[in-house]
Design a protein around this ligand. Structure first.
Ligand SMILES: Cc1cc2nc3c(=O)[nH]c(=O)nc-3n(C[C@H](O)[C@H](O)[C@H](O)COP(=O)(O)OP(=O)(O)OC[C@H]3O[C@@H](n4cnc5c(N)ncnc54)[C@H](O)[C@@H]3O)c2cc1C
Ligand SMILES: *[C@@H]1O[C@H](CO)[C@@H](O)[C@H](O)[C@H]1NC(C)=O
Ligand SMILES: *[C@@H]1O[C@H](CO)[C@@H](O)[C@H](O)[C@H]1NC(C)=O
Ligand SMILES: *[C@@H]1O[C@H](CO)[C@@H](O)[C@H](O)[C@H]1NC(C)=O
Ligand SMILES: *[C@@H]1O[C@H](CO)[C@@H](O)[C@H](O)[C@H]1NC(C)=O
Ligand SMILES: *[C@@H]1O[C@H](CO)[C@@H](O)[C@H](O)[C@H]1NC(C)=O
Ligand SMILES: *[C@@H]1O[C@H](CO)[C@@H](O)[C@H](O)[C@H]1NC(C)=O
Ligand SMILES: *[C@@H]1O[C@H](CO)[C@@H](O)[C@H](O)[C@H]1NC(C)=O
Ligand SMILES: *[C@@H]1O[C@H](CO)[C@@H](O)[C@H](O)[C@H]1NC(C)=O
Ligand SMILES: *[C@@H]1O[C@H](CO)[C@@H](O)[C@H](O)[C@H]1NC(C)=O
Ligand SMILES: *[C@@H]1O[C@H](CO)[C@@H](O)[C@H](O)[C@H]1NC(C)=O
Ligand SMILES: *[C@@H]1O[C@H](CO)[C@@H](O)[C@H](O)[C@H]1NC(C)=O
Ligand SMILES: *[C@@H]1O[C@H](CO)[C@@H](O)[C@H](O)[C@H]1NC(C)=O
Length: 619
């Protein structure tokens, strides 16, 4: 009762009408039950947020509130493993955001996919579980010092803690030549890395075909931190054959802890600051009433005794910082938000993995079943729908795919990097970008960083390549016309660094050689359908790439970068926001540079490390 009366003072507008929620929450909270104060408030019940909440509430003396914009949803579109594609195509679980037109992509706009549901993007992703190479993680810490624990050896224990690795069954393991080494894995997490029981026999053949390409390695485990071609596991509970994600692995097992509260359908609009100390957050109910009206308007404030932890993901963490007056002064002023901490890097340094498509078809592909049967054979398709097939992919360094590595690396070193960022970018952000490009110039010369990614589909046609280390940098800023009411303005700025075009052209040329000029697959009679043999010069490839490139693989990152402040960084090595006390960011936005892999496994590891950092600083 006492709680209620205090809370009603904090409700500055209309109190939401309880009892009219479309989906009465089961074990999580109504607004009236929110306590006034918690030790920690976590903004965003997604991949990182739920992981940190689970670890912190493991101590029964620590109280935690997680505030999530989306709902707690039980749905086959989340659970069904079938490629993860059911979750991805369920608009109910996703933000509705379009990018700005991409000037170098014929002004195309792109859907910015991100999960809006308890579990966040881990509830809707394609379930590929891979990690970057050792160099990817060493690069992060080197911006601070050579002794930083943000390195391969420093992160490996957290990559192990992040997932529960269940080895493949012996028969399929032999059939598909899966190599694994449990020394790179752990078995204590509630989130599983499992191996589907089914695979296309053709995938092994396509894997072997990489033996026809000079220099390609075959590491002993997908998690060894090495470039090459390998099978990798899936975010799947191998017993239940359902998606394993932040909710199943970190919320369902913690839900009965009395020190843990989750409130859903609640959009955080501001981090409350006392001077430059974070003291809590304000949020707004976005729940719908059963009579069709919305409970918009109810603004509620909660206090954090110890810390506020921002885990709203690569798109929304910079948005919430900027709404709170923490960000580039120029952007905030344009939106009439008073600047509390001028932090130029917030929302800059935006990165995602660009995806290339082309099509090579094997006319004489006789392996059955193959991915083609998903379309050609309804019996097989309905069986396969319930399953996830095993996946194998190539993750190759630049010298392995192109003889032009020395020339492109030299051109990158010689660039005037500032010319490729938006005009009037803050000098600290430019300095950070230059430092990143220097480290990429080195990476292009060696074999320890993968630039080229090609996921083998096990069918007669293929051609989806990913540029694992784009050089161009975008922005995610508030919409100054209505900062709180509108989604942030997402600009990938794809291909703004012209060397991205050179790198991607070499990637397509390598793929053409792999499919069309490879003694291991000549018997399949390959033909190039798209773009066609008449596309050969740099200029022709550039036209083709501008026509077809996707600027995103749905891996938004870098917008609250962990880099020194003089390099445009937003958080320090303990993930604390520069210039603000008691505020950390823990999610994909802190990655200074993307790892050369799909990023979910790395996000879990970041969250596990963050939980240790937070608990360490409690003492
Ligand atoms: C369609 C798709 C496919 C993908 N496929 C793969 C894959 O196969 N393998 C892989 O490794 N990675 C994949 N990814 C990427 C990976 O899933 C994400 O990078 C990762 O889950 C991000 O974790 P996060 O904690 O940074 O953010 P999220 O998990 O997105 O969590 C952020 C949470 O914050 C909430 N939130 C945001 N704003 C607010 C607010 N104002 N108030 C309250 N709550 C808020 C959101 O609703 C969300 O729940 C994919 C992503 C997508 C979208
Ligand atoms: C919780 O706090 C009590 C009282 O201060 C203390 O006795 C107990 O050891 C603490 N428990 C944990 C798990 O820290
Ligand atoms: C893209 O949009 C800009 C600004 O509206 C315009 O100047 C340009 O001509 C357009 N480019 C294409 C290829 O349509
Ligand atoms: C790390 O070491 C390399 C050489 O080993 C050196 O060039 C670099 O300046 C060092 N970085 C820092 C931040 O000290
Ligand atoms: C597994 O990896 C470890 C290094 O982490 C290595 O020492 C060991 O030899 C490997 N085992 C096998 C069977 O390759
Ligand atoms: C990288 O691999 C290529 C292809 O095998 C090889 O020619 C080159 O010497 C390697 N470079 C380094 C630095 O090891
Ligand atoms: C909420 O407040 C009540 C009453 O003070 C307290 O008993 C409970 O532990 C609090 N719960 C959390 C999760 O903070
Ligand atoms: C919907 O229900 C709420 C809560 O009772 C009430 O305030 C509101 O007027 C209703 N709206 C309509 C259109 O009936
Ligand atoms: C309530 O909110 C939902 C989701 O934001 C929106 O689609 C709907 O139009 C709103 N309804 C009303 C009556 O405002
Ligand atoms: C279709 O798939 C089923 C189940 O995998 C298989 O038994 C059957 O032989 C397939 N039919 C054809 C025509 O390939
Ligand atoms: C095809 O591969 C052979 C052997 O590796 C090589 O000599 C030849 O130049 C390649 N042809 C093309 C068009 O790349
Ligand atoms: C097609 O594949 C079959 C079986 O692998 C092989 O015997 C045949 O020679 C191939 N045909 C062509 C035209 O390469
Ligand atoms: C290549 O040939 C196709 C089909 O004839 C044609 O549509 C396309 O414009 C040509 N492309 C180039 C770059 O010549």
């Amino acid at each position: 009762m006492q709680r209620l009366s205090v809370l009603s003072l904090l409700v500055t507008l209309t109190e939401p009408c309880l009892g009219y929620y479309r989906r009465p929450p089961a074990r999580h909270l109504h607004h009236r039950d929110v306590n006034v104060t918690y030790d920690y408030i976590i903004i965003g019940g997604g991949t990182a947020g739920l992981t940190v909440a689970d670890r912190l509430t493991g101590n029964s003396n620590t109280t935690v509130l997680v505030i999530e914009h989306g709902e707690l949803v039980d749905s086959p579109s989340i659970d069904t493993v079938s490629g993860g594609f059911m979750g991805m195509s369920d608009a109910q679980l996703m933000y509705d955001i379009m990018s700005v037109p991409q000037a170098n992509l014929r002004n195309r706009t792109t859907a910015v996919l991100a999960g809006k549901v308890v579990g966040g993007s881990s509830a809707v992703n394609a379930m590929m579980t891979v990690r970057g190479t050792s160099e990817d993680y060493d690069r992060w810490g080197q911006f601070f010092s050579n002794g930083s624990t943000w390195s391969w050896t420093g992160l490996l224990p957290y990559l192990k803690r992040a997932l529960n690795f269940v080895p493949p069954d012996a028969d399929v393991e032999v059939g598909s030549e899966i190599m694994y080494n449990t020394s790179y894995w752990g078995n204590s997490s509630g989130v599983y890395a499992g191996w589907p029981s089914f695979q296309y026999p053709g995938t092994s053949v396509l894997l072997d075909a990489f033996r026809g390409m000079p220099g390609v390695q075959f590491p002993g485990d997908s998690g060894a931190g090495e470039t090459g071609v390998y099978w990798f596991p899936t975010f799947m509970d191998p017993t239940k054959v359902t998606r394993s994600y932040a909710r199943t692995g970190h919320y369902d097992r913690a839900v009965n802890r009395s020190n843990y509260h989750l409130i859903t359908e609640s959009k955080v609009t501001k981090i409350l600051l006392d001077g430059t100390t974070a003291t809590g957050v304000s949020f707004r109910s976005v729940a719908q009433l059963t009579n069709g009206t919305n409970t918009t308007g109810a603004v509620i404030m909660v206090r954090a005794r110890k810390e506020v932890i921002l885990a709203a993901g690569g798109i929304h963490s910079p948005y919430i910082l900027q709404l709170s007056g923490i960000g580039p002064k120029k952007v905030l002023s344009a939106a009439s938000i008073s600047t509390i901490v001028d932090l130029p890097g917030v929302g800059q340094n935006f990165q995602d993995h660009p995806m290339l498509t082309a099509m090579w078809i094997y006319q004489n592909f006789t392996m059955r079943p193959s991915a083609d049967d998903l379309f050609a054979n309804a019996t097989f398709a309905s069986w396969a729908d319930a399953h996830r097939y095993r996946q194998c992919a190539a993750w190759l360094s630049f010298p392995v795919i192109s003889s032009r590595w020395a020339e492109i690396a030299a051109n990158l070193s010689a660039q005037n990097h500032a010319a490729y960022l938006p005009a009037a970018t803050d000098p600290t952000v430019v300095a950070g970008y230059s430092a990143q490009m220097k480290s990429y110039a080195n990476a292009l010369r060696g074999n320890g960083t993968a630039f080229y990614n090609n996921v083998l589909t096990g069918g007669s046609g293929s051609g989806a390549m990913v540029d694992l280390h784009p050089l161009s940098r975008g922005t995610v800023n508030i919409d100054t016309t209505d900062p709180e009411g509108r989604e942030p303005v997402v600009d990938y700025r794809a291909l703004t660094n012209p060397l991205d075009m050179a790198i991607m052209t070499e990637m397509l040329r390598f793929s053409r050689r792999y499919y069309m000029n490879n003694t291991h697959t000549a018997r399949f009679s390959p033909v190039e359908v798209i773009p066609g043999a008449n596309v050969t010069t740099d200029e022709q490839w550039a036209e083709y790439i501008a026509d077809t490139l996707s600027p995103t693989e749905f891996h938004p990152a870098g917008t609250c970068a962990m880099m020194p402040r003089e390099l445009g960084g937003v958080v320090d090595e303990e993930l604390r926001v520069f210039g603000v006390k008691n505020l950390r960011v823990v999610d994909a936005s802190i990655m200074p540079m993307l790892p050369g892999a799909n990023i979910c496994q790395t996000v879990y590891a970041i969250a596990e490390k963050a939980a240790d950092l937070i608990r360490g600083s409690e003492t």
